[in-house]
Design a protein around this ligand. Sequence first.
Ligand code: HEC
Length: 177
Amino acid sequence: MSTLEARCAFALMLALLSTTAFAEAPGLGTPVSEADIAAWDISIMPDGTGLPAGSGTAVQGARVYAEKCSACHGDNGRNPAAAGAGPMVSGPIAGIDGPKTIGSFYGYSTIVFDFVRRAMPYNMPRTLTSDEVYAVTAYLLSINKIIGETDVMNAQTLPKVKMPNRDNFIIRFPDRI
Ligand code: HEC
């Protein structure tokens, strides 16, 4: 058999195999239930869609922060960038090359909640209660001087917090926000 014939035969064999493979269900895995999906479907939209019940203030969040965050992020979220878990507070917006912290960069307050809930504490993600996430989110917004220490953050109030850098983003899909 020439090389060309061999290649053609191989291609034909692959085509036949794949037709058979896709014609019948392979019988692998188990169906994914709605509950399984819900456990992973935790994204929060800028308008607050997806925020859970619960609430918290910066005063409460300061306690959560001291216990579960400050070891890596330093007192008051001011670890130097070199410490790995970078600073979460900085001066005002400093342009595209400035430090990208919650106060100077984030376009939406709900990002803080979403990120903390899914990824923090770094060594134990998804262990905080919703109240703890609201409280520590309030704390981070408060030390950035975006809200007051006693402002209650919940599913209604958090999305209304306007971030200082909001208007510097170009929204590609405004109808999705
Ligand atoms: C074990 C160390 C550790 C602990 C504890 C920890 N973090 Fe982090 N955190 C990190 C690291 C490392 C990053 C950077 C992650 C990355 O870039 O992917 C980070 C990033 C963040 C960011 C994003 C900062 C940015 O640059 O925009 C936030 C917000 C945050 N952490 C909040 C928290 C909160 C709130 C807690 C406590 C509930 C916490 N972290 C506990 C290590 C930690």
